[in-house]
Design a protein around this ligand. Sequence first.
Ligand SMILES: CC/C=C\CC(=O)SCCNC(=O)CCNC(=O)[C@H](O)C(C)(C)COP(=O)(O)OP(=O)(O)OC[C@H]1O[C@@H](n2cnc3c(N)ncnc32)[C@H](O)[C@@H]1OP(=O)(O)O
Length: 719
Amino acid sequence: MAAYKRVSESVALITLQNPPVNALSAAVRQGIVDTVERALSDPNVTAVVICGQNGVFCGGADIKEFGSNMSGPPLIPMIHAIESANKPVVAAIEGSALGGGLELALGCHYRIAHSKARLGLPEVSLGLLPAAGGSQRLPRLIGVPAALNLITTGRHVTAAEALQLGIVDQVTDHNTVDAAVKFALSVAGRSLDPRRISTYPCPQQPDLDALFEEVMQKVRRSARGAIAPIACVQAVRAAATLPYTQGMAREQELMATLFTSGQARALQYCFFAQRAVGRWRMPSGARWDTSKPRPVHKAAVIGLGTMGRGITVALAQTGLSVIAVETQEKQLMEAKQAVSGMLERGAKRRGVAPALDRIIYSQNIQAVADVDLVIEAVFEDVALKTKVFKQLSAVCKPGTLLCTNTSALDVDQLASETPNPELVVGMHFFAPAHVMKLLEVVYGPRSSPEAVATAMQLGKKMGKASVAVGNCRGFVGNRMLKPYVEQAFFLLEEGATPELVDRALEEFGFPMGVFTMSDLSGLDVGWRVRKGDGLVEPGGASGRSARVRQGRRYSPLGDLLCEHGRFGQKTCRGWYQYDKPGSRVARSDPWLHSFLEAYRAEHGLVARRIDHQEVLERCLYALINEGFHILDDGIAAGPEDIDVIYVSGYGWPRHRGGPMFYANMVGLAKVLERLEHYHQAHPDVPHLQPCSLLRRLVASGSPPIHRWGEVIKKLHSQL
Ligand SMILES: CC/C=C\CC(=O)SCCNC(=O)CCNC(=O)[C@H](O)C(C)(C)COP(=O)(O)OP(=O)(O)OC[C@H]1O[C@@H](n2cnc3c(N)ncnc32)[C@H](O)[C@@H]1OP(=O)(O)O
């Protein structure tokens, strides 16, 4: 839909109307075609201004239409008709001009932006390229290097940067439409030939081949298997080397490949999944839209180790006053120095003042008496956390929300130690907490909807992908990680090497394989957890019993490496070897290979050839199978929650959508068949036994992922 109005007598004002972001749906495109035609055929109109309703120019093509049969006028001829118009067309850009929205503006003869507007071509993050002429017009307008940067990263630029780059002609702090109308009147009657970007030659660049080669290499390295960034480089190259019409043909050809690729579907699923997790719901029926968050102005962090420091930074950067408590003076001083450093570096990067004075440091827990919310981040020890929660209950004003930063402990058990368990939730941050985008908000059976709403809102303010999950061992992310890591260990026993397993996973798109990751986070972390679970037998047992614990197959490989003092990067030795402590360059370690051979010999294991497919199937399907258990148990409300957790916090490649989306893409019947196959081969591995929900879904004809909820609901209503 697009509204048409005459203003200042001779200016046609066309307003895009499709809330909330005026996406270019079929109806909007039709509206633009009709109103532009009307303006151009009206002899009383001398100029045209295009703007968007409610302070947003246009969020781009309507992503929801991508999955359906596209109808309505196509974008390219629509934009071409605007550019060819014989009356000046001015884009009045407020809010956002993104993707097709910016491409529409590039078809206009002039662009006026409000100073708070953001512009960009983020198609690459949806697995696409700017294929409404954006990949051909932008390089002609701002040059190849700047266009390559914007198109391959998809980053949004401010109006000020857009002006500097030459994307917009004017920036205003006042009413943008008024400024655009005034501007349109001032240019009416001027020749438009110099304003048609498609007719510009692409600015010449010395060493064009070298530039493209360099960018292509950089993009390939960071794309981790994603194809859209590569197609973006190819499209810009076409702009730089071909006449416009041929460049457009290349743009369309590349887009057709991307559009039908599974990657675009996965990335568009991620876009909507990220928004869907904000609409959380709990098994009790409490929901995001009926639960009111409490205001949080002042927060406290208890315990200033690595996690507590990061959380303090994240809170202060959000604009909250923070009381940071650490009982030991030396640790408190060290933490203050570290937190200040992190804030200063972050502020420098963002060009703002560091929020140093928002934090009060104290050794005394009494200092938190008047805060609205506390995040306890002491050592992962249930007795210690219980003690802190008891102290907090005595000190804090009534109604203070008590949050625990834990990666696995029972939130409900901690809640039960307080007089107001409804005020307790888990906030599982990921290290480094001021950088990592994921937050699991863990509710127990007694957590109030208000407490969950408050933690979710705080997470959003901190810029985190916040996902509400139920309380169980490891919550969602770590619970699913366990069978994944377990399979990797078993594969080593059966003949694989850390190098082989990691390479398969990295080629799949993970930034790091399981063993490189284990070296980075420290092998002792998992060792401590396994000790706590009673799985580690001191000194390492021998014989068959060494590989069986609690009635199921167990691999003591990680424990044995720890017994050798191999804790990963920090000790220069783990699954790999490193030149110096903390070095990230993992080198193959002959000791480890000999150790594996000796281990297999000791346990009568015969190494066999293992290929990448088996590595992927065993590690990923075991992880996915646990995801189905999590859905079945109601710990995650839907597959989107799991997928957002894995993409935002566990390095799952975004262009593969997340583990549950991936299972949907592979085919549920295939995942089930492979799990059955591997479970038959390894009956002592319960994680390979297909989950009953997976069986139910397959029996229901493998519905698409957005309809899994119906099967889950039916299953639960029958219980
Ligand atoms: C031939 C192909 C030509 C062109 C290709 C394209 O144009 S692809 C689309 C390129 N555009 C984008 O990638 C922009 C996507 N949107 C955003 O980045 C943000 O939504 C935006 C515009 C910056 C606004 O952010 P804000 O935080 O204010 O809102 P939110 O993200 O929560 O979005 C609000 C609701 O709008 C829906 N939505 C946003 N953009 C689109 C879109 N392009 N198409 C369809 N729907 C869109 C979003 O899903 C939210 O809806 P909800 O029901 O709440 O989930």
